[in-house]
Design a protein. Structure first.
Length: 161
């Protein structure tokens, strides 16, 4: 008896699966038909669609130009203000989508500057050290603190390095 219920459940599942496959194929055929009709309409009216798109682009360009033209007077007065006279200015359009920098190229930094600290200690140039030592030797010789032979020997040792 349990075996018979199992067969009926399996039979029902098989019939239901085949019914679903038929319904899904019918939906697929319907969608393909709609796609053909849609693309046929698109191809038939392609010229009008392209002309409408170009008209929208031209209209938005015209409105943008008018807006910039109206605000250019305000921009001119701002740039002639003494506070901005010798300083670079960045103007952003469309909420920062496009920006223009006005001013000397050298005034714009290459990027964000780091926080500057004290200058790092650097090693002294060996040539500068030699000159300073030679100057000391000359002073010592002038004050008669060393003899001429000592001076020549120390000078040779210093210049050898």
């Amino acid at each position: 008896m349990a075996n018979q219920q199992k067969d009926e459940g399996g039979l029902f599942k098989g019939i239901f699966a085949s019914y679903m496959i038929l319904v899904l194929h019918a939906l697929l055929m319907l969608l393909l038909g709609l796609l053909v009709v849609f693309f046929r309409g698109v191809v038939e009216y392609m010229l009008w669609i392209v002309l409408g798109g170009l008209a929208l682009i031209g209209l938005s360009g015209y409105f943008f130009y008018r807006r910039v033209k109206n605000r250019s007077g305000q921009l001119g007065t701002i740039l002639n203000d003494p506070a901005f006279r010798d300083r670079p200015v960045e103007i952003s359009f469309l909420g920062g989508l496009a920006s223009v920098r006005l001013g000397n190229r050298g005034q714009w930094g290459e990027g964000a500057t780091a926080i500057e600290g004290g200058q790092a200690p650097q090693l002294e140039d060996p040539e500068a050290v030699r000159r300073r030592e030679l100057a000391r030797l000359v002073l010592m010789l002038d004050k008669d603190l060393i003899t001429q032979e000592e001076y020549d020997k120390l000078k040779r040792d210093l210049l050898k390095d």
